[in-house]
Each structure stands twice: as structure tokens, then as C-alpha cells.
Write a protein that binds this ligand. Structure first.
Ligand SMILES: [Zn+2]
Length: 439
């Protein structure tokens, strides 16, 4: 057991929650201004050696990296865990047409050429993931935990989302025959609503009322949690296990970097921030465990329509500078800053608008780890214009076979912004994630 991840620790208040005690939200969340988020901690004795933890014979990420999962530690029996994942994956495939597979990472030569890039441009394609985006990865992390722990099937699940996360949650919940409530904005597309109904999800439409701050869907979701629902969501502060599921994508990237070399930049589009947080944490873990020499520069991308993360990054940098020049005290200063969340993160003041509507979250709920990863890797947050998003979409359509949405190609829009600012050398390698399929 000493080799298993068994404990979750809040990065703000250091509260500890054992793996079996539902490490969803920090027990002290809401008590004060701290950014309470539980994070998985591996025991100090855990060495994470690549050959010991990765099972290269498996193409299902939840089997390939199973030795890193909390659910695996709880089941504590390799054959039984493999059986559990296989059974759930078969059920997901019967609902959605395919199960979980390592998503492809490829050099996109034509796209690189179209951009006049001399160095390699890689794209990791999430559009063929379960439910057409990376979101299902996050949710499968939670589902495996619930199944491993034996949480009663009737226990209701809840999520707030504008599209892809809701679809992913509905597919995964349906596969496990668990009831799900989805909190959606009135702008949700009829296609999404039809699919959710077909998957038996309970739909709650949450209009935005003038004078109220924050996302009304998120408020509805919080109400459901207070009434006892399980957070089946893509927001780490509500459920730490959603980050664990998303980390599988980061481990896949780390494996790709092991064989191809680490790219100079990894551009990640950020909405609520769970994907960026999960990928960042996975890459830093992979670095600590010796899988890769160093993490790439993490460059998170948001749109001009709403950029709470770049704003928060700027605030954290200012607060760090104000705390003094002593480099040794930087970690103390960061510890103080994470306990004063409202000094760097707050809801975007206006209703966010952009063609990349999948990353228009009012707040970056999972902002902190992305900010830390950006700082520590030497990256920087990028704000893209609507024209960048349109250009990126066209470039992807013309020069790749991937049919990603405007949100899905927002990382490519970030690359266009970097190019425009001449902030990238021609010989710097870049990795992008195409995250969601066009519907
Ligand atoms: Zn806490």
C-alpha cells in the first residue's frame, strides 16, 4: 500500500482527506478567502519510475496509468481493477460508440508549413475522445472512484456546463446507470439538449439575472450539492478526482515528450481551468519522476471576451513582487497569496462573449496550479482576439484532418498571437491540444 496515492491535501489550508473519505471539496472551503482545492499527494516513498507505473500493453489510459489512480489504490487488486475498468469502458462504448483510448499526438507538417514554422508543431487530438472532447477523461476519474468505493448507484450526480462537459457527464453516467442533473444556460444548443435527453439526463436551465455575479449554472450546481448530490463535474475545487482523470492526458503528453523530446511551448486553452491544471500537474509530476527532462513552457490561452486567468496571473506576479525581492521567500509569499483568493481571482464583470464559447467561464476555478505551472515553466498567459480564433479555425480546417470547434483550436489561436507579437523563435517547437469536436 505504501506505493499507492492515498491522501489528498488542500493547497491553501493543508487540510488532509484520506482517499476513502470522498476527497471532493476541501472541508474548509467557503470558511474564508483561501483558494481551497484538494490535491492528490503520493507518499514520499513513491518513486513514480516510468517502467514501474506505466503499462505500455494497454491503450486504455485508465489501464495504462492505473497504478497512479486513487480508485486503483482503493480496489487494491490488479485483476479486479482491470475488470472494473474494462466493464465500464465496454458500457461507455455501448452508449457512445467507442471507449477510452490514448488520444493521438502527431506532427502537423502542413499546418506548420502554413504558419511558416521551421520547427515541429505537434497537435494532440481530443476530438475522438469519448463524447467528442477531453471532458470525459475528467469524469471517468470520478466514476471509477465512485465504483471502486461502492457508492450506491441511486445517489444523484450533478454538473454545470454549457456543452461538452454536460455531454461527457451524461454519457459516462448513463454507462454506469447513475442519475445525473445538468445545469445549463438558456443558450445551450438544441443538439446538445436533444442528446442529453436521449441519455436520460435531468436538465435544469439557469437564466442569468441582472445584478447577480458569477455563472448561474454554477450556482444551480452548488445548490444541488448542498441538497446532497455528488459533484460529477469538471471543476477541481468541487471534486479533486476530476483532476486525476484529466491527468491521464498529461501523462500521455509526457510519454510523447519522452520519445520526441520536450517541446519549447505547450499552449492550452483555459475555461474553468481543469484541463490546464491537470495537464500541468501531470507534466510536473512526470518531470519529478524522471519521465522527462523538464516541463515545457506552459502558455495558457483565453479570449479577449473573458480572461480571468491572465488577469489573475498578472495580479499574482504583482503580489509576489510586492512581497520583496528575496527569492528564498517566494514560496512563503505564494503560500500567503493562495490564502487570499479574492486578491487575484474574481468573476469576470461582464457576460463573456466569444466564438470560443467553451472557454468563457466567469472564473478560472482551477486557476492556481496553472498559474504556478506557468510561472515555474517560464511560460506566459495569452489573450487571443476573435480574429485569431477565426483564422485558427480556418487554418485547422484547411491543413489538418481534425474537425475541431473554435474552442477546440483556441490553442492554435494562441500560437497566432505569439507569432504576431514575435515572441517565438522559428526553431522553437510547439505543442497544441485540439480539445473538442465541431458539432
Ligand atoms: Zn482548504
Amino acid at each position: 500500500m505504501s506505493e499507492r496515492p492515498l491522501e489528498f491535501v488542500c493547497h491553501a489550508c493543508q487540510s488532509r482527506v484520506a482517499a476513502r473519505d470522498e476527497p471532493f471539496a476541501c472541508p474548509r472551503r467557503g470558511e474564508d478567502d483561501a483558494d481551497h482545492v484538494l490535491e492528490k499527494r503520493f507518499p514520499a516513498t513513491f518513486d513514480g519510475g516510468f517502467e514501474r507505473v506505466v503499462d505500455p500493453t494497454r491503450n486504455n489510459p485508465f489501464l495504462r496509468y492505473r497504478r497512479l489512480l486513487t480508485s486503483y489504490a482503493i480496489v487494491d487488486d490488479d485483476a479486479r481493477f482491470v475488470e472494473l475498468v474494462t466493464r465500464l469502458d465496454d458500457a461507455v462504448a455501448s452508449v457512445d460508440g467507442g471507449g477510452f483510448r490514448v488520444s493521438p499526438l502527431a506532427t502537423e507538417t502542413a499546418l506548420g508549413n502554413a504558419l511558416g514554422r521551421r520547427a515541429a508543431l505537434w497537435v494532440k487530438d481530443e476530438t475522438h475522445n469519448v463524447a467528442g472532447s477531453h471532458k470525459a477523461r475528467h469524469l471517468m476519474g470520478i466514476l471509477l472512484y465512485l465504483e471502486a468505493l461502492g457508492v450506491a448507484r441511486e445517489h444523484p450526480l450533478a454538473i454545470a456546463s454549457c456543452g461538452n462537459a454536460a455531454l461527457a457527464a451524461a454519457v459516462v453516467a448513463r454507462a454506469a446507470r447513475r442519475p445525473l442533473s445538468v445545469y445549463l444556460p438558456p443558450s445551450a444548443s438544441p443538439t446538445v439538449l436533444d442528446r442529453l435527453r436521449a441519455l436520460d439526463a435531468r436538465i435544469e436551465i439557469c437564466p442569468r439575472f441582472p445584478g447577480t455575479s458569477g455563472d448561474p449554472c454554477y450556482h444551480g450546481f452548488q445548490r444541488a450539492l448542498r441538497e446532497g448530490a455528488i459533484p460529477f463535474c469538471c471543476t477541481g475545487p468541487d471534486n479533486a478526482l476530476t483532476i486525476e482523470g484529466g491527468e491521464t492526458l498529461g501523462f500521455e503528453l509526457a510519454e510523447g515528450m519522452r520519445t520526441r523530446g520536450v517541446p519549447h511551448h505547450l499552449l492550452i486553452q483555459v475555461g474553468g481551468g481543469a484541463l490546464a491544471s491537470a495537464v500541468t500537474q501531470a507534466l510536473f509530476r512526470a518531470h519529478r519522476w524522471g519521465w522527462i527532462e523538464q516541463p515545457p513552457k506552459i502558455d495558457p490561452v483565453q479570449t479577449r471576451g473573458a480572461w480571468p486567468l491572465p488577469r489573475a496571473f498578472e495580479r499574482v506576479v504583482e503580489l509576489l513582487a510586492a512581497s520583496g525581492d528575496d527569492r528564498g521567500s517566494a514560496s512563503d509569499a505564494l503560500e500567503a497569496i493562495v490564502r487570499r483568493r479574492s486578491s487575484w481571482m474574481w468573476a469576470w464583470e461582464d457576460e463573456p462573449q466569444s466564438i470560443a464559447h467553451g472557454i468563457l467561464d466567469d472564473e478560472t476555478y482551477d486557476g492556481w496550479q496553472t498559474i504556478l505551472g506557468t510561472l515555474r515553466s517560464g511560460g506566459r498567459p495569452l489573450i487571443v482576439e476573435e480574429s485569431d480564433l477565426h483564422s485558427a479555425y480556418q487554418l485547422a480546417q484547411l491543413n489538418t484532418t481534425i474537425r475541431a470547434s473554435h474552442t477546440g483550436v483556441a490553442g492554435l489561436a494562441g500560437l497566432l498571437a505569439l507569432e504576431r507579437e514575435q515572441a517565438l523563435r522559428r526553431d522553437e517547437t510547439v505543442c497544441l491540444l485540439f480539445t473538442g469536436i465541431e458539432r
